[in-house]
Every structure is written in structure tokens, then in C-alpha cells.
Ligand binder design. Structure first.
Ligand code: ADP
Ligand code: ZN
Length: 530
């Protein structure tokens, strides 16, 4: 029987039969897979498809993160101490007549530990913690954000009642919701406005007796709607800035707690080399160092790995496998040599520490010029110097072969931004009225420029462009002049780079016969106060 059947099929060769069957079944299998996927996603996201209005707040029980996990932000901790005390014992607090904050706004750049601080407050007080990002409120559908706000507060109130101790509601990136209302004129920003209104209503509606406290974080308090900052709302602002050298050392200590460190590791030194690093960057450094040590099969994490990690976090990983042509290598060498030499020659800028033609991240090569110390301001002279050094790459290429490459684009972009800021923000223009341009008018909403009003005339705009052009041109001329006059040094440095690929500053000084710098760096920089 079976044999006969098979024989009947002899017209269709077996592989063709299977092929036909396969194509006939394909749509059905596809459909099944599709439905399976949908239902899987649904269960994964807790039926999110049907719960637009739910707040999706992340809840975490207090107690995990404490102030011991946060370093380098002592002032902020001190200010938040009061909140903790209140959460621990609201009755006592009120008896003494303390005025309890309803909303605390943490202000600072990304990665400085604002979320961590808010969690630590909840942890220290032993209360539940609800967090949500401002961008989660803002959805495509009108009304969703507002209902999410209400839901978030509802959850918070319930949890506070259950715990009997109150709780923390944390809203990250509150600027996504709380942007000034006029910015939306003509933009049809009903949704954002409704969300903001819901937030204001909820804030006014809850009283601190319930023990709920709202903590929000932003990088740009100046863009927030004034209504949010009124008394009884976010009337308390706590600044969480980038850590100074002591802070950085403290943060490093927190993050090496679970890492086996070699005896020679000097965290103070690492802190010194990481000016302008945020807490998140430093956490990243420790992690990278540990990974690197593991890859090298080492027992402990050494100073070598820590330093490599600092570079990696600054620049992105080295691309060792990348093969470049001889010509490309030469161009990169002259480009980087141009940057490096100018960082030595130009007065008042940070000297490079290491220059390399090994591709890294997006760059074909790199010249590291870490700031020597924590700076709070930069002078006009310094900024001009930085522009000269940035243009050194392009000029190096030109001097070498009368040509330039696409490798200059990033440098040029930075120079342009710097020049524009100098003219428009810092009043550093020579020709224009210095006092006219203290403002930038950029309103971003959902990544789009909604309102890009200029508060100056076309005439002034033209003058600004001219001034920017003049600044860049002058820097270019300086770079060209300096490198042309030091052509021998440029050649020496570039040739050594082609040969060795990476050189540090000490070797360069010997190579070029330059004297050691007079002021040696003091390893114990005293604590900085802002
Ligand atoms: P923000 O909310 O300000 O953007 P986060 O709190 O999310 O920053 O910080 C991200 C991570 O960086 C934290 O989880 C922590 O590991 C590390 N970090 C940031 N700041 C600090 C700090 N001051 N002390 C210790 N770790 C920090
Ligand atoms: Zn460059």
C-alpha cells in the first residue's frame, strides 16, 4: 500500500514534494509564530497593550541602597537628611514645627547620582520607592500621560498607607513633562500640558501627613514651568554637581568594594586623572578595569588596568584589529602630531599626556589632553587656545600633503560650537556688544525643536556669523603659523608615531629636546569648594 502510494508520486521528485509542502505550510507556521509572539509579549509586559493609562512605575522596597553607596555629594546628602528624618518619624517632626518639603528637585548633569540619591533616601528611611521617567508620561495619545500621573500617585498613596511610613515617588527627567507652557504655543502640546496639569493637581492634592514625598530630577531647571517651582510644590532644590577630586576618590572607593585591587593601585591618582567624570563614568571605569583584568587572567585589578579603563571610558575601546593603509597611517600621524604639538606650544591649554594613531571609537587616532585640575571657569584666552589645538589636526594634514581628510569633521564641529558659544553665550566677541547675547533659545521637546525663536534681528544674526567666522579664522591662522614654524618638530613627532603608534608626553619631550615643565603636579590637590 504504502509503496504504491510512493510510486504514485514518482512524477513529483521527493525533494520537490517537500519543497511544495514547506511553502504551503509556511504562512500557517508564520501566523502561529506571530500569535505566539504577541501573547508572549503580552505576558512579558503585564498586558501592556491594554494598559496605556497605567503608570508602569517601578517599585522597589526600601533598604537596599543607603547613603553609604553614594559618595562625593555631601551637601546634597545633608539636605536630604531632613527628608529622611521626617519619613522616619513624621509626628515628631511636626510636633517640633518643622515644615516638611513636599517636593524636592535634584538638579545636576546626567550620571551624577540623582536616582541613586533618591533611592538611598528611601533606603535610609525604610520606605517604598516608586520611580518613573518623565519621558514615560509623554505618549502619542492625548490623556495617557495625565492618567499615568494619577495612577502613579494612587499607587504611592496605597503603598504609603500599607507601609504606614510614607514613601518616595521619584520622577526622573521631569523636564520632559514640566517644560514651560509657552514653549508649546502652536505646537499642539495638549498632551504635555494635560500631563503637567495632572501633576500639579496631584501635588496640591496630597498632604504630607500621608508621608509621601516627591523627588524629581532634571538637568535643566531653567526650562521648567514656574508653576512647578512654586511654594508647596518643588520648592526645594538640591544641586547634585560633578564630583571634585575628593568626591571622585570617594566614588571610586564605593565601586571598588567588590573588586580585588592590587596593592599598588592608587585611587587618589585615578581621581586626579578623571576631571569632569561623573559618578556613572567612574562606576564604569571600575567595571571596565575589572573586566580587563579578567581578560588578562590576572588575580587582582592593577593600576595598569585602572588607567586603561580611564582611557577606554574617555575614548571608547581601541580597535587593534583595524588595518590601515600606509598613506592613511601617515595622515593620521600628522593629524594627531598637529594636535599634540600645539597642545605643547600654545600657552594656557592642557598639555597632552598621550598621543596615538591606533583607531579608537569613532576616531582614527587620538590625542589625550586631560585637564590637570578641576576648573570652574575658562577664560577667553584658554578657549581660543583650545580652538587652535583642535585645528592642529587639520593643519597637520595640510602641511604634510597639501590635502585634508574627512577625519577633521569632528574637530571642526567642536571648533564651531565653541566659537558660537563664545560669541552668543559668553560675550567674548570683539566687535559685537558683549552684553546682548547672554541667552540661548532652544526649546526641545521629544527631541524636536519646537520653538526656535531668535531674540535678535537678522542683522545681528549676520554679525554673529561673521564674528564666529573671524574667531575660527584667527585660530586657524595661529595653528598654521605655529606648526609651519615648528615643521621639524612636527615631522619628528609624526615619524615617531608612524613607527611606534603611541607615544606619551615624557618620550615626546625627550624626542623634541623640550625642557621638563617647571611646576610639577602636586598629587595632593586640596579639596575644592565651589
Ligand atoms: P542620574 O540619576 O544623576 O543620571 P544615576 O543615579 O542613575 O545618575 O547614576 C548612575 C550610576 O552611576 C549609579 O547607579 C551609580 O552606580 C553611579 N553613581 C553615580 N553617582 C554616584 C555617586 N555620587 N556615588 C556612587 N555612585 C554613583
Ligand atoms: Zn583631530
Amino acid at each position: 500500500m504504502i509503496k504504491d502510494n510512493v510510486n504514485d508520486f514518482t512524477v513529483v521528485p521527493p525533494e520537490l514534494f517537500w519543497r511544495q509542502l514547506f511553502f504551503q505550510l509556511l504562512p500557517i507556521v508564520g501566523l502561529i509564530a506571530f500569535f505566539w509572539f504577541i501573547s508572549y509579549r503580552n505576558s512579558q509586559m503585564g498586558n501592556k497593550l491594554f494598559s496605556f493609562g497605567k503608570s508602569r512605575a517601578q517599585v522597589s522596597g526600601g533598604g537596599k541602597v543607603t547613603f553609604a553607596d553614594v559618595a562625593g555629594v555631601d551637601e546634597a546628602k545633608e539636605e536630604l537628611q531632613e527628608v529622611i528624618e521626617f519619613l522616619k518619624d513624621p509626628k515628631k517632626f511636626e510636633r517640633l514645627g518643622g515644615k516638611i518639603p513636599k517636593g524636592v528637585l535634584l538638579v545636576g548633569p546626567p550620571g551624577t547620582g540623582k536616582t541613586l540619591l533618591a533611592k538611598a533616601v528611601a533606603g535610609e528611611a525604610g520606605v517604598p520607592f516608586f520611580s518613573l521617567s518623565g519621558s514615560d508620561f509623554v505618549e502619542m495619545f492625548v490623556g495617557v500621560g495625565a492618567s499615568r500621573v494619577r495612577d502613579l500617585f494612587e499607587q504611592g498613596r496605597k503603598a504609603a498607607k500599607v507601609s504606614g511610613k510614607g514613601g518616595i515617588i521619584f520622577i526622573d527627567e521631569i523636564d520632559a513633562v514640566g517644560r514651560q507652557r509657552f514653549a508649546g504655543i502652536g505646537g499642539g502640546n495638549d498632551e504635555r500640558e494635560q500631563t503637567l496639569n495632572a501633576l500639579l493637581v496631584e501635588m496640591d492634592g496630597f498632604n504630607t501627613v500621608s508621608g509621601l514625598i516627591l523627588i524629581a530630577a532634571t538637568n535643566r531647571p531653567d526650562t521648567l514651568d514656574p508653576a512647578l517651582l512654586r511654594p508647596g510644590r518643588f520648592d526645594r532644590q538640591v544641586v547634585v554637581g560633578l564630583p571634585d577630586i575628593n568626591g571622585r576618590e570617594g566614588i571610586l572607593k564605593v565601586h571598588v568594594k567588590n573588586i580585588k585591587l592590587g596593592n599598588e593601585v592608587n585611587l587618589r591618582r585615578v581621581a586626579q586623572l578623571t576631571v569632569y567624570f561623573s559618578g556613572a563614568d567612574l562606576a564604569n571605569v571600575c567595571n571596565e578595569a575589572a573586566l580587563l583584568a579578567a581578560r588578562r587572567n590576572k588575580e587582582t585589578v592593577g593600576m595598569e588596568e585602572m588607567l586603561a579603563a580611564v582611557e577606554r571610558v574617555t575614548m571608547g575601546p581601541e580597535k587593534k584589529s583595524h588595518v590601515t593603509s600606509k598613506k592613511e597611517k601617515e595622515m593620521t600621524a600628522y593629524h594627531e602630531a598637529g594636535h599634540a604639538l600645539l597642545s605643547l606650544l600654545v600657552e594656557g591649554v592642557d598639555t597632552f599626556t598621550k598621543v596615538s594613531i591606533i583607531p579608537r571609537g569613532m576616531a582614527g587616532g587620538y590625542t589625550l589632553t586631560p585637564p590637570k585640575e578641576d576648573k570652574h571657569y575658562m577664560s577667553k584666552k584658554e578657549l581660543k587656545g583650545i580652538m587652535v589645538v583642535l585645528l592642529g589636526g587639520m593643519v597637520g594634514e595640510e602641511i604634510h600633503m597639501n590635502d585634508t581628510t574627512t577625519g577633521v569633521s569632528n574637530d571642526l564641529q567642536k571648533v564651531g560650537e565653541l566659537a558660537r558659544n563664545m560669541v552668543c553665550q559668553y560675550g567674548m566677541s570683539e566687535k559685537l556688544d558683549k552684553l546682548s547675547f547672554g541667552r540661548q533659545n532652544h526649546q526641545m521637546f521629544l527631541g524636536r525643536d519646537l520653538f526656535e525663536g531668535k531674540d535678535y534681528s537678522e542683522e545681528t544674526a549676520r554679525k554673529i556669523d561673521e564674528e564666529i567666522h573671524n574667531l575660527v579664522r584667527a585660530s586657524y591662522d595661529t595653528a598654521r603659523d605655529l606648526l609651519a614654524r615648528n615643521r621639524d618638530k612636527l615631522d619628528l613627532l609624526a615619524r615617531r608615531l608612524i613607527e611606534k603608534e603611541t607615544i606619551d608626553i615624557e618620550e615626546t619631550r625627550v624626542l623634541l629636546g623640550l625642557p621638563e615643565p617647571q611646576v610639577s603636579q602636586n598629587p595632593e590637590i586640596p579639596p575644592q569648594t565651589a
